[in-house]
Design a protein around this ligand. Structure first.
Ligand code: SF4
Length: 301
């Protein structure tokens, strides 16, 4: 492609991305081969740079790929929750005290009157505030609302199995939800509903405080609502984003399916996809992965 054509295309692409950004779009999924082709075109255009400076790439566009294996698609966060946050490193005792102060504040929260009226209790989070890894789900369901702990129902038991298969435990990771109170379901006697954007926006500062205190080295976003809560609305579904590393204020976030999806879809191939995502997380954290672990879900036992 001629360099002027390439630059016109690049200008138009940047304008389009900035337009999407102004509309609140959180991600633009781009296939790895597309990025590779763009990179080749940029190199081809480079000799012309002395004649006409190429437009600077948008500083908002950042990407990182899973190190354990090539990702089928690279999700490019156009907007993250913000730039990398300089978090003060608290001593364990100070961190514990700050965490307890936050927990008491969240347990007494009344920001969403409808949820306050319907909830049994606030579901703050569970696990080790010193952990390098946080799992983030959607919102408490009926079981969690009763127990006051995230991921204790059927989906939670499956998540626990996944964590154990990684060589970890619920006590050595941290588990939290985007929303701390169960979404109400007026007129319904059973079932859950997805949190509204307003509810998520109201509650997300608490999760951000948890993340800032824990300072994990990696996070796992479980399902589409976790992605939306962290990064805002995106037209790229979890199927396209899973297996990719996103960036939440400087913290790498692996996207994978919610365990409830695995309960509905028992296909070995889907379990393997989630397991590959977890191996990418283990790799990122510098955890050893045994040959036995590498073979999980490759064939039926
Ligand atoms: S969902 Fe979050 S913001 Fe709303 S009442 Fe519960 S703790 Fe407070």
């Amino acid at each position: 492609m001629a360099s002027d054509d390439y630059r016109r295309l690049l200008d138009a692409t940047i304008r389009h991305l900035e337009s999407l950004q102004s509309q609140g779009v959180g991600f633009v999924p781009v296939k790895a081969e597309t990025l590779s082709a763009l990179s080749r075109s940029a190199r081809a255009a480079a000799p012309q740079a002395a004649v006409r400076a190429a437009p600077a790439p948008s500083a908002a566009i950042r990407t990182s790929a899973a190190p354990a294996r090539p990702s089928p698609a690279v999700a490019v966060p156009v907007v993250t929750r913000g730039p990398a946050v300089q978090r003060p490193k608290l001593e364990p005792a100070a961190r514990k005290a700050a965490f307890e102060e936050l927990r008491l504040r969240v347990l007494a929260c009344t920001r969403c009157p409808n949820l306050v009226a319907s909830r049994t209790q606030v579901v703050f989070g569970v696990g080790d505030p010193e952990s390098p890894l946080i799992f983030i789900g959607e919102a408490p369901g009926a079981d969690e609302d009763l127990r006051g702990e995230p991921f204790v129902g059927m989906a939670g038991q499956l998540l626990t199995k996944i964590i154990v298969a990684m060589g970890l435990s619920r006590e050595t990771v941290y588990i939290a939800n985007i929303l701390k109170c169960r979404p109400d379901t007026p007129g319904q006697t059973a079932g859950n509903r997805k949190p509204t954007p307003q509810e998520m926006a109201t509650c997300i500062p608490y999760l951000e405080e948890q993340i800032d205190l824990i300072q994990p080295r990696a996070m796992v976003a479980l399902g589409a609502t976790a992605i939306e809560g962290l990064f805002g609305k995106t037209d790229a579904g979890v199927t396209r984003l899973r297996g990719s590393w996103l960036d939440f204020r400087g913290i790498p976030v692996m996207v994978t399916y919610h365990p409830a999806y695995l309960l509905r879809n028992q296909a070995l191939s889907v379990k393997r996809l989630v397991w590959e995502d977890m191996m990418a997380v283990m790799d990122r954290l510098g955890m050893a992965i045994s040959e036995k672990q590498r073979g999980f879900f490759l064939k039926a036992p």
